[in-house]
Write a protein that binds this ligand. Structure first.
Ligand code: CTP
Ligand code: MG
Length: 247
C-alpha cells in the first residue's frame, strides 16, 4: 500500500525538563528530531513523512528544511504541519495533510528516536499481510498493580490502596511506529473528537482509538532499544545506546 509516516514531534517535553521542546533536545550532540528523521528514512518505509512540530517553532522547521536537502533523490516527500494541544490533535493535524492516494500510515513518536529499522519493517510487513492495525510491543518486566487513592478520616490524603495485580504474561508495553489502514485511523480519530475532557486526557496512543471501533489490533515484536525518551534517565540510556547499541 502507498504508505505515509506521521512523525509527532510537537510535544513540550515537560518531564525531560530542558525548557525547550523535546524534539530539539540534543542526543549525541544532535537534536532528537534529527535522529528520528534519519531512522525513518533509513528504514525506507514511507513515500511521505509528515512531521508535526510545535506551532511557530522556526528552529525545528529549519531543521526539517535542512534535512530535506540531505535527502537523496528518491527519498520521501518531507512535509510539516503545526501540532496541537494533545498528541492526538497533532496526529489529526498531520493526517489531514497527507497526499491524495495514501492508503496506509505509520504513526511514530519523535521521542522514540532510536527505533531500529527492523521494528518499522515488522509493522509494514504486517500491514502488507493484511492487518488493518498493528503495533510493536515488548513484554512488561515490572509487576503492575492497580490502585485507588484513599482519604483518611480527617479528609487528608492517605496512601493509595491496591485493588489488584494485573497478570503480567498478558501485558505488553506498547511502542511506535503503529501502522493502520488510513481510512480506519481517520475514522478512529474522528470518533475521538466527541470525547469529554477525561476521555481525551486518557488517550495515550492511536491503537486504543482503533480498538474502540472494534477493529482487531495485531501485535509484532518491538525492541527495548525503541525506548521513548521521556525522563532524564531515558536520555542517559539513549546516549549509551548511541555509544554502542545492544546486539
Ligand atoms: N506530541 C505531539 N503533540 C503534543 C504532545 C505530544 O506531537 N501535543 C508528541 C511528542 O513530541 C512525542 C510523542 O508525542 O514525540 C510522545 O509524547 P511524550 O513522550 O509525552 O512527549 P511530550 O508530550 O513532549 O513530553 P511531556 O509529556 O513530558 O511533556
Ligand atoms: Mg506528553
Amino acid at each position: 500500500p502507498v504508505t505515509a509516516v506521521v512523525l509527532v514531534a510537537a510535544g513540550s517535553g515537560e518531564r525531560l525538563g530542558y525548557g525547550i521542546p523535546k524534539a530539539a533536545v540534543p542526543l549525541g550532540g544532535e537534536p532528537i528530531l534529527l535522529h528520528a528523521l534519519r531512522g525513518i528514512v533509513a528504514a525506507g518505509v514511507g513515500s511521505q513523512v509528515c512531521v508535526a512540530l510545535p506551532a511557530g517553532d522556526d528552529g525545528l522547521r529549519q531543521l526539517v528544511e535542512d534535512f530535506r536537502l540531505e535527502l537523496a533523490d528518491g527519498g520521501p516527500l518531507l512535509t510539516t504541519v503545526d501540532g496541537g494541544a494533545t498528541r492526538a490533535d497533532s496526529v489529526r493535524s498531520a493526517l489531514g495533510s497527507l497526499v491524495e492516494g495514501t492508503e496506509a500510515v505509520l504513526v511514530h513518536d519523535a521521542a522514540r528516536a532510536l527505533t531500529p529499522e527492523y521494528v518499522f519493517h515488522r509493522v509494514v510487513d504486517s500491514l502488507a499481510a493484511g492487518a488493518v492495525a498493528v503495533i510493536p510491543a515488548v513484554p512488561v518486566v515490572d509487576t503492575v498493580k492497580t490502585v485507588v487513592p484513599t482519604t483518611g478520616e480527617d479528609g487528608r490524603m492517605a496512601p493509595e490502596i491496591v485493588t489488584g495485580t494485573a497478570p503480567r504474561e498478558e501485558l505488553r508495553a506498547v511502542q511506535t511506529p503503529q501502522g493502520f489502514h488510513l481510512p480506519t485511523l481517520l475514522r478512529a480519530h474522528e470518533a475521538a473528537l466527541k470525547f469529554d475532557e477525561r476521555q481525551t486526557a486518557a488517550v495515550t496512543d492511536d491503537a486504543m482509538l482503533v480498538e474502540l471501533l472494534g477493529v482487531p489490533v495485531h501485535v509484532v515484536h518491538g525492541s527495548t532499544q525503541s525506548l521513548k525518551i521521556t525522563t532524564p534517565l531515558d536520555l542517559i540510556i539513549a546516549e549509551g545506546l548511541l555509544e554502542g547499541p545492544l546486539g
